[in-house]
Design a protein around this ligand. Structure first.
Ligand SMILES: [Zn+2]
Length: 361
């Protein structure tokens, strides 16, 4: 059915614009600082979202660091792309069905009108306008205005803190395991960096595909969590000491998902892969580098795959997996705005298990 036209009376009331609390980046690479901000108003095609919770992960730190865009013209900027909240107002042209719905943000500002967007492959968009939390404001504030095309409705029953893992930490594994590595029940999957925010959900999604899963990380707490998620924990403090052939009786890993992206991790992956195996890389650090051995790739008929974020349909699928309880959100710590920088420190130190979350309640 068609949506009814938007009437002017359904827009925000006239009058003084109320303020809101929020944290903003004032210089790329510096910590965000709390500010009293004007509450944004949704323009044509936009919705106003009251943020209930926002995920805190390494990608947010990369955004704050300027790795995904560092034009001073973009400042000051409210960071945070893994936001969950409710649509409380809408601009002209936005369908009424979004009003009041719980939504999560889609990270990429894709164009919706290129061949890749038409195919549902939004991360390959030819006219990508940037990222939520970098090229327009994100979820480190009480309210955010977003293009209606950048909000994905989720179940109203889904807890908003749990929902913060949906748009990236679960959607990315859905894309990796389903679209890129195409994991099947006979696969033996190694996840390198399995105790982190994406990793703790990657082992679960690979398990849903029926694979046997081993999770690599360091530190007792992370290894305990990996075991609790049904994967085999492996201490990867020293990659040279880990024998891929000894992990399973059936043979070495058929899939290695490398969330570290170091020369050690990538070297281990290609050297330990079963014939016909796939290595998936996901990191985008500007200085990341590794050496691939053509000889190893040829002898193993190995495939090396890059995997970039997820489609909007995959974000919606991730929401269903979390809402139905088939994926358990791994959120190491939830905090208010006063202590969010402590979470950043824990992330940098590698001591946070899973994701962090910022809430405004
Ligand atoms: Zn596009």
């Amino acid at each position: 059915m068609f949506d009814p036209p938007v009437r002017d009376s359904e827009r925000l009331p006239d009058g003084p614009v109320p303020g809101q609390r929020g944290l903003r980046v004032r210089a790329w690479g510096a910590d965000p600082v709390e500010d009293e901000l004007p509450r944004p108003q949704p323009e044509a095609g936009e919705v106003l979202v009251q943020v209930e919770a926002c995920g805190v992960g390494l990608t947010v730190l990369n955004c704050i660091n300027g790795d995904l865009g560092n034009d001073p013209e973009l400042l000051p900027r409210v960071p945070g792309h893994e936001l969950a909240g409710r649509v409380v107002a809408r601009g002209p042209g936005v369908p009424a069905r979004l009003e009041g719905r719980r939504v999560v943000a889609y990270f990429y500002l894709s164009c919706e009108s290129c061949r890749w967007c038409w195919a549902g492959l939004h991360p390959r968009c030819e006219r990508l306008a940037g990222f939520v939390g970098v090229h327009r404001d994100g979820g480190y504030a009480e309210f955010v205005a977003l293009p209606a095309a950048n909000v994905i409705t989720v179940s109203d029953e889904l807890d908003p803190v749990a929902a913060t893992v949906v748009p990236d930490a679960v959607a990315t594994p859905v894309h990796v395991c389903g679209s890129r590595a195409k994991v099947v029940p006979t696969d033996r999957v190694v996840v390198i960096g399995a105790g982190g925010g994406v990793g703790a959900h990657m082992v679960q999604v690979a398990g849903l595909h029926g694979a046997s899963v081993a999770g690599f990380d360091r530190g007792d707490r992370k290894l305990e969590v990996i075991e609790g998620l049904g994967a085999r924990p492996v201490d990867s403090s020293d990659f040279a000491a880990v024998d891929g052939g000894g992990l399973w009786d059936a043979g070495p890993p058929t899939v290695v998902i490398d969330l570290l992206g170091t020369s050690d991790s990538l070297g281990w992956a290609t050297a330990n892969l079963a014939p016909g195996g796939r290595v998936v890389v996901l990191t985008t650090f500007p200085d990341g580098a590794g050496t691939l051995s053509p000889r190893e790739l040829v002898f193993a008929e190995a495939s090396v795959l890059g995997s970039r974020y997820a489609s909007k349909a995959e974000v919606a699928a991730a929401a269903e997996l979390v809402a139905s309880g088939r994926i358990r959100p791994v959120i190491g710590e939830t905090t208010g705005p006063d202590d969010v920088l402590d979470l950043h420190t824990a992330l940098r130190d590698g001591t946070l298990t899973g994701r962090g979350a910022l809430t405004w309640q």
